[in-house]
Design a protein around this ligand. Structure first.
Ligand code: MSP
Length: 510
């Protein structure tokens, strides 16, 4: 089975982590856990982007040592990986020695392939976006992103991006799944169709960055520095290294829509120019607003993931972010929608299902997994469930996580409905023990499968349920159903007790 390499963007350390950063990281974590569950080897990378004029300006304003500042700010993101319960295999920092070596080597490769030349740059630069803009992109004196731009004139190295337009278009044609969602891919293609200009890839007006090999006045453009992180973590420039051989090219670069151009145009062009294989897929997600406003420090509406997790619970927060908005779309963060989502999907549906199945089994069957043969009614439930599992697998692979979660929620509703129809409480009262056993056996089985399917998004809660069912996910089984299924239930084994997993949240609290 093929190995999977998944990356988040590396986060700029000029900011403290907010819900937008948490979102990408949680999505990548869920995807990583999904593939591991399927028995595939995964390398999941995240980290921090610490160079560039933007960072240098912040520390100059604050009159502090830049290295001290980035160390401190990177720690916030490292701590967040723990708070979010991420299973990242590495955390890359662009100020680390291994990365500096890797970027300089990448540069030399481009230079050796005659892809770089020295000239003069004059044009518009946005410090906030760390991006160059052409005259026709400037709207009312601002970048298309709304950021301030400044006129820059300096000696600069250029990458011969203009030579790669046709090859990029051929590549896009041959790889129609390269960028998701499709609408964003169309934007990328039409941008390239309009013709690409060579890209300025060094600056001389500041020094917080990686120096150009052989011309140390020049600092390598922060985006070349940043993109190369994906190679560094696999021990590039050693392209015979085990990690590199096992995991390059990346399967999924997950990024926000604002940085798609860098990943879907510059990055593949740079890799082609360096004679290295291109990533399989770039997935662009949308942006979160807060109560319909853009999140910003000046508005004072920045959502701190730590605060949300303390208040509403980690799995609840992870579930809300991934379930609420179809991946790729913009979304609006509001406490009231978080509360509604958690109360309806988790407290009232999934939590209720788990609670009632556990309490009826404990009360009526001494907590033993019943030995019972299912009937046609249960067969219908199981077939529906198999269909939903197939959907789930496809959705997850396509990083349509909200749809994958919807499929699981459908299974929850169907199982709750099955229980309502079968009325096991009446069967218990009437002493119909054999019938009761069938219903609880099927229900426990559904709880088992649903918990496994929810595991990538809600690992803590799922593990609690599966532990109570005596099921360990650390098995070498790799299918969700059938012969080779992950950890089946064992008949006559005693299940544990479970505390309330998803307490209903009081609306007033929000
Ligand atoms: N350092 C670059 C990425 C280099 S990758 C080789 C960068 N960093 S960033 O910190 O500004 O943004 C990191 C990610 O966070 C981006 O994917 C961006 O889209 C995402 N988000 C930042 N704010 C966001 C929201 N409000 N909502 C959703 N995601 C957002 O760009």
């Amino acid at each position: 089975m093929s190995n999977i390499y998944i990356t988040t963007p590396i986060y700029y350390v000029n900011d403290i982590p907010h819900v937008g950063h948490a979102y990408t990281s949680i999505a990548c974590d869920a995807l990583s856990r999904f593939f591991r569950l399927k028995g595939q080897k995964v390398f999941f990378l995240t980290g921090t982007d610490e160079h560039g004029l933007k960072i240098q300006q912040v520390t100059k304003d604050k009159n502090i040592e830049t290295q001290d500042f980035v160390d401190q700010m990177s720690t916030n993101f490292q701590n967040l990986t723990k708070t979010l319960n991420l299973t990242n295999d590495d955390f890359i920092r662009t100020t680390s020695e291994r990365h500096v070596r890797s970027v300089r080597d990448f540069w030399s490769r481009l230079q050796n392939n005659n892809q770089i030349y020295l000239d003069k740059y004059s044009g518009w630069y946005s410090v906030r976006d760390e991006a160059f803009y052409s005259e026709n992109e400037i709207i009312d004196g601002k970048a298309p992103s709304g950021s301030k731009v400044e006129w820059v004139e300096e000696s600069s190295y250029f990458f011969k991006l203009s030579e790669w337009g046709d090859k990029l278009l051929d590549f896009y044609k041959e790889n129609p799944e390269f960028v998701k969602p499709n609408s964003r891919f169309n934007e990328v293609v039409s941008f390239v169709e309009q013709g690409l200009k060579d890209l300025s890839i060094s600056r001389t007006s500041f020094d917080w960055g990686i120096k150009v090999p052989g011309d140390e006045k020049h600092i390598i453009y922060v985006w070349i520095d940043a993109l190369t992180n994906y190679l560094t973590a696999l021990d590039y420039p050693d392209i015979k290294a085990e990690k590199y051989l096992n995991y390059w090219p990346a399967n999924y670069h997950i990024v926000g829509k604002d940085i798609l151009r860098f990943h879907a145009i510059y990055w593949p062009a740079l890799l082609m120019a360096a004679n290295l294989p291109l990533p399989n897929q770039i997935i662009a997600h949308g942006w979160w607003t807060v109560e319909k406003e853009k999140m910003s420090k000046s508005m004072g509406n920045v959502i701190d993931p730590n605060e949300m997790i303390l208040k509403y619970g980690l799995d609840q927060f992870r579930f809300f972010l991934l379930r609420e908005v179809p991946f790729g779309n913009d979304g609006d963060f509001s406490i009231s929608s978080l509360i509604s989502r958690v109360n309806s999907d988790l407290a009232n549906s999934f939590g209720n299902l788990v609670n009632r199945v556990f309490s009826m089994t404990n009360k009526n069957l001494d907590g033993l997994v019943p030995d019972a043969e299912i009937t046609d009614k249960e067969q219908i439930l199981i077939e529906m469930c198999d269909e939903k599992i197939s959907d789930y697998m496809v959705f997850f692979k396509n990083v349509e996580i909200s749809k994958a979660l919807e499929s699981v929620s459908d299974m929850v509703s169907n199982t709750n409905k099955y229980i309502d129809d079968m009325k096991p409480w009446s069967l218990a009262k009437e002493g119909k023990l054999d019938d009761l056993k069938i219903v609880l056996k099927a229900s426990l089985e559904m709880v088992r499968i649903i918990s496994i399917l929810f595991y990538p998004v809600m690992p803590n809660s799922s593990k609690k349920i599966l532990n109570a069912l005596n099921i360990s996910l650390d098995s070498d089984k790799s299918s969700f159903t059938g012969e080779n299924q992950i950890a089946p239930l064992v008949v006559n084994q005693k299940i544990g007790e479970l505390n309330l997993l998803f307490p209903k949240i009081d609306k007033i609290e929000g």
